[in-house]
Ligand binder design. Sequence first.
Ligand code: PFF
Length: 446
Amino acid sequence: MQRGQFSSKFGFIMAAAGAAVGLGNIWGFPTQVASNGGAAFVLAYLALAFFLAYPALMAELIVGRSARANAVKALPSLTDSPILKLGGKAVGIAGLITVAVILSFYAIVAGWMFAYALAPMLDLIGLSQYSQWFKDFSVVRNVMFTTLFMIATILIICGGVNAGIERWSKRLMPALVLILLLLIGYMLTLPGAEEGLKAYLVPDFSKLLDPSLLVSALGQAFFSLSLGVGCMLIYGSYMSSSENIVRVGAWVTLIDVGLAFIAGLLIIPAMYVAQHYGVEIFDQSGQLLNGDTLIFSVLPSLFDQMGQVGIIISLAFFLLMSLAALTSSISLLEVPVSYVVESHKMKRPTASWIIGMLITGLSLIIIFNFELLFGLVIAITTRYSQPILGLFFCIYAGLVWHRDKALTEIKKGDQHAEYSIFWRIWPWYVRFVCPVFIVAMFVHAL
Ligand code: PFF
């Protein structure tokens, strides 16, 4: 069978950045900043994203492109030792399970975005009396929109790499950046914004080494770059060999981290603006109220200040967010689907529907036990699973795999790769520094 491949460098960067940029940047990052000490979290996140997540991303991309297979096949192929082969397979399978669980909560939040995009549409056509239903938290609404969102994801994945993933991502990302910048410009003119900017940009250094802050920031960096679950490995496997993989990986990291930073620049000050207009954000002890639904109270309050224009901006924003969530959810579903298609020879549409529906079932279980499961599932997958599995990807790429093979792969897209700064640092860096730091952070947290 012919493997799918992205058609151009721009197409690949946009698709991989589309996979990386999603709810993690615009919902997850600001929420974490708000609940973990503001600017100190931002600083920790930036450092960890560039110094730990970027090298780990490169490990996945390089292994994926070299093996041209899903993680369950790719990791064992890096070694001849039977035990290490088994270990590689186990890491790949743990990634598949993690990715399925991530998608199950991801689809719920994406469903909220979708519902919030429909509400202003109803306002525009004069059906305001119904729009509140879409914004109120209810089991029926959550079930409906999560399912709708999963069906959209499944339909795109049925189409495969070129037809589906790339086409969507190329259009979406630039529009998202534009609307965020416009909103920031407007928001900065409102009262309260300055205080919010300070909270976002002036760190309290004493909080910086707080173990819980560091583990959260690490999880956020790995979640945002879609690491540890074989997602970027699969994307790497679809990348053409002639691309300069190091540069492409750097672009994806810059775009992803840049977008999270910009989103924070909007949401954190907007929280203080919303507070100024009477929205309750913190409780009396200064703790954040309703972290998970924070942006759904903060942003509408901003849009309300804009009058009629606000309805259109709100529509555009939540629509773009739904689409950004979609380009990430397709990358999540692609991981188990490509595994079943490649390793069990199932047809792509059949695999997409079966796995997609199983994951939807998981989402429904979470929705019906929301208080108990939602936060728990997020913490287990993003705070722990992703960084720990990412650690194993680093070990396989750096320690288990032969160094020369990695170099050969990189050189396909850059003949002078062995003289580059990247090659002088990365091999020992993923082998020792990344694993030691990740372990140290967890030990510190315990
Ligand atoms: N990186 C995505 C986001 O920030 O929204 C979430 C994600 C996608 C995580 C794909 C993991 C993954 F495999």
